[in-house]
Each structure stands twice: as structure tokens, then as C-alpha cells.
Ligand binder design. Structure first.
Ligand code: ATP
Length: 297
């Protein structure tokens, strides 16, 4: 179990993370989504114990992570950029990991390398960005961690390896009950493998829950009214985007429920049709800075 409790992070006078609360159950795959600069890497680095937590707490199995080797040994952390010694060969990196981590399995590395296909005699500086990401993933997976923290692990990977990686992650959860926290800009990918997501917006949690629950709240509605409601529709609470095509309104709501439907009916809605949204569409709409007075026609 990972608990992020009231965590904030300030760089200089810039508040990168502001009072973040997240609970991640053991064996869950939890996605972290956010625009560039939303604070994803900072949050993952704090979960991995790279930074001290000055405001709030981050607990893994009830203990804080920073400078806690017992907990850090349970964690695999794949950073968004290569953090290895560039002049080491891949084979030397394997030996280095095997030397410092008791749980590291060279056999596992060999097995993963049947999929990831790295030349272990190459120096790290000779590897492409995607190859370096493969190395980082294999080293961390071969360490058999209980918690895997992955910062944009699919960036730079080709489509075939990307699919293999997502399958490996799902297997890790089924076979070993690993808890996975993963950030990505490829929201469709996260939607396929995650049970839960946290959507970060400017350092704050915009949504944090089960994907199905988020989809229950955020909906696109196709609505036809008896008469034009242009001047009144933007007064209804819970509508975050309004588009009008001919006489049909397309409304995005982040608070779908009986109350909203009643409000729309009171405004003269004759037909309300509910259109499902993908997680990516939800992210785009809920992160737009919406001027509720504006109707796109
Ligand atoms: N060491 C640092 N010193 C000062 N500011 C920092 C530092 N690290 C990150 N920031 C700032 O914190 C903000 C969040 O950065 P972070 O890397 O966590 O975002 P991100 O969501 O991972 O972005 P991206 O999707 O672009 O990778 C950015 O404005 C960044 O400039």
C-alpha cells in the first residue's frame, strides 16, 4: 500500500505539488496523468525517495521512504531519463546491480532480454534512448521489486516492445502482486492497464479514483431543447464545456447525475443522450481552462 498524505513540494517560490492525497492498494496499477510540468516526475521521485518529503507524508507499507533502505530495496524506479554510468557496458551494469541488490536475478535479466534484445557488450553511451529505457526496465524488473515506479516508461519504445512491456506489467501484478505507479502521456495505454488514475493539474489532484468512477461522473451529453437556451444554459452547475451544432447542444459535465438531468429538463430538454468518453477525452476536457460563458458554435 502506498499512501501520499497532504504532500506539497516547493522549488524556490514555485509550488510544484500542492496538498496531494493518493492511496494505492497493493497489487494495483495506478496511472498518473498530467500536462507537461504538472508535477508527475516530482511526485514519482518523491515516492521513490529521491527527495525528502518536507510537507506531508509518503508511506509505503506504513513507513516513510526517504533514506529508508528497507523500503527503498522493495522499490524499482525507472526514471524518465537515463541515470546510468555512460561508460559502463550493459554487462557491467548487470554485475553492478547483482552486486548491490540481493534480490537481483541474472536469470530474469536473460529472460527479459529475449524480448528486449539488448547487446550486453555495448556501452551505455552507444545505446539509443529507447534502448536505454529497455535497459532501465530490465534492470528494475530483474530486481523483483514489490513496488514499481515508472516515469513515462513507454517513451522511446517501439510499438512491439511497448505492447510486450504492458503485458509484462500486467503479469507482474498477477504473478507477484506488484504495485505499479506509472505516468504516461499516452492515456489510451494507461486506460488499458490501470485500475485507477490520478489526474494532476498544476500540482493538484483534479481527479483521483477508479477509471470507471471517473467515467460515471464525466460525460458528454447530446441535448435538444424545445427552444434556444443560449442565455441560460451556462448557468447550470457542473457543465464544463458547451458546443452547439445546429440545434443540438453537446455538453461536457464533470458532475453527471439526477440533479443535472433535472436541471436540463427544467430548462426544456426534450432529448438527453449520454455519449461515453475515453479517458483521454476526459483528460482534455477537464484540463481545459473553460470559459463557461462561451459557447462554441
Ligand atoms: N529541481 C527543480 N528545480 C526547480 N524546478 C523544478 C525542478 N524539478 C521540476 N521543477 C519544476 O516543477 C514543475 C513540474 O515538473 P515535473 O518534471 O514534475 O513535471 P511533469 O509533470 O513530470 O512534466 P513532463 O510531462 O513535462 O515530464 C515544472 O514547472 C518544472 O520546471
Amino acid at each position: 500500500m502506498i499512501e501520499v498524505i497532504g504532500v506539497s513540494k516547493v522549488f524556490g517560490d514555485f509550488r510544484v505539488l500542492d496538498n496531494i492525497d493518493i492511496k494505492i492498494k497493493k497489487g494495483a496499477i495506478h496511472g498518473i496523468i498530467g500536462e507537461n510540468g504538472a508535477g508527475k516526475t516530482t511526485l514519482l521521485q518523491m515516492m521513490a525517495g529521491v527527495y525528502d518529503v518536507e510537507e506531508g507524508k509518503i508511506l509505503i507499507d506504513g513507513e516513510s521512504v526517504y533514506e529508508n533502505n528497507k523500503i527503498k530495496n522493495k522499490i524499482g524506479y525507472v526514471a524518465d531519463r537515463n541515470q546510468y554510468f555512460k561508460d559502463y557496458k550493459v554487462s557491467e551494469m548487470i554485475d553492478f546491480y547483482a552486486g548491490i541488490y540481493d534480490g537481483f536475478s541474472k536469470e530474469d535479466f536473460k529472460e527479459y532480454n529475449k524480448i528486449f534484445k539488448l547487446d550486453i557488450n555495448k556501452k551505455i553511451r552507444q545505446l539509443s534512448k529507447g534502448m536505454q529505457m529497455r535497459l532501465s526496465l530490465m534492470l528494475n524488473l530483474s530486481n523483483r521489486p514489490e513496488v514499481l515506479i515508472l516515469d513515462e516508461p513507454t517513451s522511446g519504445l517501439d510499438a512491439i516492445v511497448k505492447k510486450e512491456l504492458l503485458d509484462i506489467l500486467i503479469d507482474q501484478v498477477y504473478d507477484r502482486d506488484v504495485t505499479i505507479v506509472i505516468s504516461s502521456h499516452h492515456i489510451g495505454e494507461l486506460e488499458k492497464i490501470c485500475d485507477e488514475v490520478t489526474i494532476l493539474n498544476r500540482g493538484r489532484v483534479k481527479f483521483g479514483s477508479n477509471i470507471d468512477e471517473i467515467k460515471e461522473n464525466v460525460k458528454k451529453l447530446q441535448v435538444i431543447f424545445k427552444e434556444d437556451v443560449k442565455d441560460r444554459i451556462n448557468k447550470i452547475d457542473g457543465i464544463i464545456n458547451i458546443e452547439k451544432v445546429g440545434s443540438v447542444y453537446y455538453l461536457i459535465t464533470d458532475n453527471y447525475g439526477e440533479e443535472l438531468t433535472t436541471d436540463l429538463k427544467n430548462l426544456g430538454a426534450e432529448l438527453i443522450e449520454n455519449i461515453g468518453l475515453t479517458l483521454e477525452e476526459i483528460f482534455i476536457y477537464t484540463n481545459k481552462n473553460i470559459d463557461r460563458g462561451e459557447i462554441d458554435e
